[in-house]
Design a protein around this ligand. Structure first.
Ligand SMILES: [Zn+2]
Length: 72
């Protein structure tokens, strides 16, 4: 069971880390309220450490490619 999700902010396109079961998150980049059920999920992880590694990779890829990778 993956307990962390990485979703994309619908407003600014930033990557957010959320715990599974969480319903809303505030985007740390633009401050908008993100409803996790509606947000685009790009990855999931088993623990916070794995999640932060994935998040770092996603941000790096986003800078390089300027497009979102769909993993699901
Ligand atoms: Zn945002």
């Amino acid at each position: 069971m993956k307990s962390f999700l990485i979703v994309v902010c619908h407003k600014c396109g930033g990557f957010l880390l959320a715990k599974a079961g969480q319903k809303i998150r505030t985007c740390p980049y633009c401050g908008v309220t993100v409803f996790l059920e509606k947000a685009k999920k790009v990855a999931s992880a088993s623990d916070a450490n794995e999640a932060s590694i994935i998040l770092r990779k996603l941000k790096k890829d986003a800078v390089l490619k300027q497009k979102s990778a769909k993993l699901q």
